[in-house]
Every structure is written in C-alpha cells, then in structure tokens.
Design a protein around this ligand. Structure first.
Ligand code: NAI
Length: 343
C-alpha cells in the first residue's frame, strides 16, 4: 500500500481526494502547511502531497529524504515553491500541468468584467436598496488593447475569450507562436500600448516583478493589471505607487507575493499585518480574490485524478510526463522529445 501525507488540506481537497482512496492508496490529511517545522509529520509516508503555499525548501527536502519519503506530488501546476534542484537524485517530484485552463482564464475575465462594470459595488448597493448609478460608469472592452504576457495553456484560453469581446490582442512569450488575430511583440510595446495587461507566465527569476518600479514609467496611463498567475510577478509596493500616481487605473489580483500566511484562511477576526495588501484592498479600483481562480468542480476533479495517476505511475515505475525535471531548461520539450528522466 502507498501512503501519502497531504499538507495544507482544505475541505474541498479532502472531498475530491477521499473518493479516490483504495486498498492500494491511502491518504492522511493534515491542515498544516509543509515547512521545516511540520516535515516530521511525513515520517512513515511514501509520499507527500503539497499545494502552492507549502514551503518545500532545501531543508524540508533534506528532512523528507531522511524520513525516506520517495516522492512529492504537487496538486497544482506551478512548482516555484519546491527546491527542485535540492530534490534531484533524492525525491521525485510530480505536478498537475493542466487541470482546467478554462477555470483560471474564466476567473480572469470575471475579475476584469467585475472591475470595469463595477459589479462588486452595484451588488452591495442593491442589497441595501440603493439603486443609484453614480460612480458606476465603466468602459467597453470592445476595441480595447489587451497585452497577454505568457501564452501557454491559460494565456491562450484567455486570448480566445478576449477575442469574443472584440479586443485587440498583443502578446509576449519567449516562445511566440502563430495565433490568428494576435500580434506577438516585446514587453515594451505591451507596456506602452495596452489598456489592460494580463499575466499568465510562470514565476521565475526572469519574470519576478515583471510589473515593478522599472516598468511603471513604461505603462500606458490608466492601464488595468490582471494577475491570476503568481503573486511574485508584481512588486506590490510598485503597484500601490502606480495606483496612487494614477498610472495604473485598476488591478485585479487573485495572487499576492506575500499570500502564503494570509490567503486560504478566514482572517476576518484579525488585524491584517500586511499594510501594502490592506492599502490595496482599500482602493476602490482594486479587487482581490484569494487564489481562487482554479476553484471549480471540474478543476478539482481533474487535479485529484491526475495526482492519483502520478502516484500510481511512480509506484509502477512507469514514465510519466508530469515529473518535474530540474535538468531540462524547457521541461515540456525535454520530456516529449528526449524522454529524459530526472534520475
Ligand atoms: P504554461 O506552462 O502552459 O504556460 C506558461 C507560458 O509562460 C509558456 O508559454 C511559457 O513560454 C511562458 N513564459 C515563460 N517564461 C516567460 C517570460 N519570461 N515571459 C513571458 N512568458 C513566459 O502554464 P499555464 O498552465 O498557462 O499556467 C500559467 C501560470 O498560471 C502558472 O505558472 C501558474 O503560476 C498560474 N496558475 C494560477 C492558478 C490560480 O488558481 N490562480 C491556477 C493554475 C495556474
């Protein structure tokens, strides 16, 4: 039997994974996040299952290895929170590269529409029988220019949605492709011309603070920034300054650089210690959701099924394209073309 310790488990994780348990695979759910302090809980388990805010750093990897944990399965696509290099030769890592690009892309558009048509404000007003329209004036998306940074699975679905709205689409990706109606260009043109910028690239050394103090002077005045990718793509202090100086006209954030100890939990009875986030949330033109873009029944179902398959493939010693290979610069390409294994 394979035993897996789940960290940072929420009710919806438990619901979608419990029904996949069998005589061969048993899950133990911990609410706490995986960190150096909690790694000991993994003793006696073959694998651990983690999410976006578990901190799987070098020291955690060393402890897991000492406890004879053989694999880490991420129930998400991004793996920037795992020290893949430290795990090399010790612990195998698997992720769920795609579970529903539609969930994330649709949430991005939901945030954009909510913001530009002031739906969040109208909802609160009408519940109080306030039917005034003052201050609710929005703008048409039709004809506006959107800059999409990162045209992978989610970016491309989002582009399709934007096309339906009749928007002009600019895109930047280190691996540009032919997409009808989309002009691939450099970041400078995206910054200069976009009325709305949407981030759909992974968090890497190259993309950290892609929206930051350096980019502020390059942005079109009044631009809206959408981030449903990873918090570290935006320097939140620069965003705040950009909004205060009226360079940035609005922001929709599903992710935040310092979200790890804040998001996914009910903090309503506490005083928020993060002044930048508190100030951003207080802005009338900022909408924050707490890393919710993935959260659809369809996506949760796909996450659970792919994670289970990753576990079963590992146990059976089968090749699995979802293994994260630290050796390959372009992980997807390496897997498909060379069938290389990490170790
Ligand atoms: P993907 O791997 O299919 O696409 C990422 C794209 O970004 C690729 O085309 C890649 O070439 C491009 N890219 C790499 N470096 C870049 C750079 N320096 N500048 C611009 N583009 C760059 O990934 P997918 O599935 O589209 O996901 C995108 C991101 O969305 C993930 O990395 C993850 O961080 C985030 N995400 C957020 C979720 C949420 O609930 N908010 C859920 C799932 C993913």
């Amino acid at each position: 039997m394979i035993r897996i310790a789940f960290f940072d488990t929420k009710t919806y994780d438990r619901d979608s994974f419990e029904r996949l348990e069998s005589q061969d695979v048993k899950f133990k759910f911990f609410e706490t996040k995986l960190s150096e302090d909690t790694a000991e809980l993994a003793k006696g388990f073959d694998g651990v299952c983690v999410f976006v805010n578990d901190d799987v750093n070098e020291n955690v990897i060393a402890k897991l290895y000492e406890y004879n944990v053989k694999f880490i399965v991420l129930r998400c696509a991004g793996y920037n929170n795992v020290d893949v290099k430290a795990a090399f030769g010790k612990i195998h890592i698997f992720r769920v590269p795609a579970y529903s690009p539609y969930a994330v892309a649709e949430h991005t558009m939901a945030l954009l529409l909510t913001s530009v048509r002031r739906i969040h404000k109208a909802y609160i007003r009408s519940r109080d029988f306030n039917f005034s329209l003052n201050g609710l004036t929005g703008f048409d998306l039709h004809g506006k220019t959107i800059g999409v940074i990162g045209t992978g699975k989610i970016g491309r679905v989002f582009i399709d949605i934007c096309k339906g709205f009749g928007m002009k689409i600019l895109a930047y990706d280190p691996f540009p492709m032919d997409i009808e109606g989309v002009k691939f260009t450099d970041l400078d043109e995206i910054f200069r011309k976009s009325d709305i910028i949407s981030l759909h690239c992974p968090l890497t050394d190259d993309t950290r603070h892609i929206i930051g103090f350096d980019s502020l002077p390059k942005l079109k005045k009044g631009v809206m920034i959408l981030n449903t990718s990873r918090g570290g793509l935006i320097d939140a202090e620069a965003l705040l300054q950009g909004i205060k100086e009226r360079i940035i006209g609005g922001a929709c954030l599903d992710v935040y650089e310092e979200e790890a100890d804040i998001f996914f939990t009910d903090n309503s009875g506490h005083i928020l210690g993060d002044d930048v986030l508190a100030r951003l949330i207080s802005m009338p033109n900022v909408i924050v959701t707490s890393h919710q873009a993935f959260l659809t029944h369809d996506a949760l179902d796909n996450i659970a099924k792919t994670t289970l398959q990753n576990i079963l493939d590992f146990a059976a010693g089968k090749d699995n394209d979802n293994e994260v290979c630290y050796h390959c610069e372009n992980f997807d390409k390496c897997k498909s073309e060379k069938k290389k294994k990490c170790f």
